[in-house]
Design a protein around this ligand. Structure first.
Ligand SMILES: [Zn+2]
Ligand SMILES: [Zn+2]
Length: 96
């Protein structure tokens, strides 16, 4: 029931908050199933996402996995791009 598959810190979300999010969303926000519900951080904790109603949505297990993988890839690309830029700067300095 808890979004922790890709969470760096495994502090569980407050149980009352989970109940409130599931009550608000009723089922998965993507495919509307009511089975295997998880609570997912829109902005992950690793990016200073908070445990609030606004930052939490209800997803089923399979939509959740897809969503977290998508974010993980985005984050990887960002780090990769950052490295590229840093390398370009270093190379440019070396040529001066
Ligand atoms: Zn779903
Ligand atoms: Zn998640």
């Amino acid at each position: 029931m808890i979004c922790q598959l890709f969470n760096p810190d495994l502090i569980p979300i407050d149980k009352e908050l989970i109940k409130a999010v599931i009550k608000r969303d009723v089922g998965c926000r993507k495919c509307f199933t009511k089975e295997n519900l998880h609570v997912h951080h829109i902005l992950p904790r690793s990016s200073s996402g908070k445990d609030t109603m606004e930052n939490l949505i209800c997803l089923c297990a399979s939509c959740h996995r897809r969503q977290d993988l998508k974010f993980d890839r985005l984050r990887y690309l960002t780090i990769f791009e950052k490295r590229q830029i840093e390398e370009n700067i270093r190379n440019a300095r070396g040529l001066q």
